[in-house]
Design a protein around this ligand. Sequence first.
Ligand code: PEP
Ligand code: MG
Length: 290
Amino acid sequence: AERARLAASTGPGRTADGHPVKLLLNIGSAKDLRPGAEGVGLFRTEFLFLDRTRAPSFEEQVSAYTEVFEQAESVIVRTLDAGTDKPLPFLGLPEEANPALGVRGLRVDRLLPRVLDTQLDAIAAAARATGREAWVMAPMVTTVEEAAAFARRARAMGIAKVGAMVEVPAAALRAGQLLREVDFLSIGTNDLAQYTFAADRQHSALADLLDPRQPALLELIALCAEAGRQAGKPVGVCGEAAGDPQLAPLLAGLGVTSLSMAPICVPAVRDALAALTLEECRQRARAALA
Ligand code: PEP
Ligand code: MG
């Protein structure tokens, strides 16, 4: 029993009865990498370039992505998520009255398509240089058409696996159709809660609405997980909810295949999963939905 406990405190994510749930890291650069997880589930590339007034060159990007690929075996790179809480001065985007509902994430591509082309090219080059398979996902995907166009572009650039983040209720409702176009989904519960409950994610007076235990949010997550099960494709969660040890078993019970979190959260989430069987996780999920 002691050996099993020790294995559970360092090994891959598993429920008490051995059902795998991958434990992945959210990082902003290679400096955030820590041992003990099974890879990177969210590499927030905009953090590399937040305070820049000039666009990062292709070469600079290749070197930043190479640094991460060299140190982590499996990495999901998110393309630039600019806008609202993360303005990128070098993009020179016009001011908006309502930035959370404006040109952010993948939508920046409507105004500045070269930015995404350069980034996809740089990610593919870094993957080739390090012998890794490039997994890339776009933030703020809203429609199936957007996902299909992103997948076409990314594959043409040599990206091996293409994914869409689910951060907008419209995307969650069409998860099954999205999965005909992309290889995986990653649910960003921070933004998905913001847009589901029409409540600014930074607004402390609205924290109860943004609580990831809200059944409406859980129902959208369940819908995505079920679409993933039917398609035989991975569906993870990479919002803050994934790093909460009380929520992690519930998310596993809803059927998500990976949880991506701040490195500091990994041990507690691993322990929380190891304490319950998959059926117990499902019971929690059913109770929360009810
Ligand atoms: C999210 O929205 O849940 C997410 C993971 O992306 P970010 O927090 O970077 O917006
Ligand atoms: Mg987000």
